[in-house]
Design a protein around this ligand. Structure first.
Ligand SMILES: NS(=O)(=O)c1c(F)c(F)c(S(=O)(=O)CCO)c(N[C@H]2CCCc3ccccc32)c1F
Ligand SMILES: [Zn+2]
Length: 263
């Protein structure tokens, strides 16, 4: 599709000229404002299966020009939703080296340092993510806020390979590891709403689950993420740093955000 960026003439305010859904309803991310929240006691804890991958599996770590993404095998899935949602990939959104605020969702205007998304597709109904990506019940994304704090050994399982994918479309194979270790504590506490892809084509096809509790990574780990990658190709003479890859909050319209916690 047409090229798009997070800033400049192809930035998010112009996405809708090439990608009409980006100007439509049910867009993501949104700001989780207290007055939008409604406690729902029937929201079950999130349960995932087969996230503890064996180290003799290999995953593809790639720089797609918009984010760093890690491919995930489809035998990983979410088991606590009405349909089975099988994993496809995980990726990140972050700020920049001097702007430690790059999450997409915000909580009463508070922006976290970054946000991880684990993208799944409805494998009960669709054979692969390409067939699911534009269907109303096609995708389920788990969102995890990232804060600066303690060093996080789980993230280093692939952060240490970032120098191999500095430029757009570079990819490497990395040993698989326990993806569950990337998730926060308390998978029973989360925000839930109907939304969209936060990048073009912005299809309103995502059941969002954003965990209340953040994970922490160290400042050194965050800077590695925020400064290692370029959105430009290796052979290009002008380098374009890959940072600030987060969409601003969209209108909630009259959407309700369900929460699984009372406080
Ligand atoms: N924030 S977000 O909405 O979760 C989100 C991103 F922000 C994001 F950058 C990506 S991307 O890395 O693929 C680059 C642009 O599509 C995705 N990809 C998804 C949806 C598009 C098709 C597809 C096909 C295979 C695997 C994953 C995906 C994405 F879903
Ligand atoms: Zn994302």
């Amino acid at each position: 599709g047409a090229k798009w960026t997070y800033n400049g003439p192809d930035g998010e305010h112009n996405w809708s000229s090439n990608y009409p859904f980006c100007g439509g309803a049910f867009q993501s991310p949104i700001d989780f404002q207290t007055q939008l929240l409604r406690y729902d006691p029937n929201l079950p804890p999130i349960q995932v299966q087969n996230y503890n991958l064996s180290t003799n599996e290999q995953l593809t770590l790639s720089n797609n020009g918009h984010s760093v993404q890690l491919s995930l095998p489809s035998h990983m899935y979410i088991s606590s939703l009405p349909h089975r949602y099988s994993a496809a990939q995980l990726h990140f959104h972050w700020g920049s080296s001097n702007l430690l605020t790059g999450s997409e969702h915000t909580v009463n205007g508070k922006r976290f340092a970054g946000e991880m998304h684990v993208v799944h597709f409805n494998s009960d109904k669709y054979p692969n993510i390409s067939m699911a990506v534009d269907k109303h019940d096609g995708l389920a994304v788990l969102g995890v806020f990232i804060e600066i704090g303690e060093f996080n050994p789980a993230f280093d399982k692939f952060f240490k390979y970032m120098n191999g994918i500095k430029y757009r479309d570079q990819k490497i194979q990395v040993p698989a590891f326990n993806i569950h270790a990337l998730l926060p504590a308390h998978l029973d506490e989360y925000y839930r709403y109907d939304g969209s892809l936060t990048t073009p084509p912005c299809y309103p096809s995502v059941l969002w689950t954003v965990f209340r509790r953040p994970v922490t990574i160290s400042r050194k780990q965050f800077l590695a993420l925020a400064t290692a990658l370029y959105a430009s190709y290796a052979q290009e003479s002008t380098t374009v740093p890959l940072h600030g890859n987060y969409r601003k909050p969209q209108l909630a319209d009259n959407r309700v955000v369900l929460v699984s916690f009372k406080d």
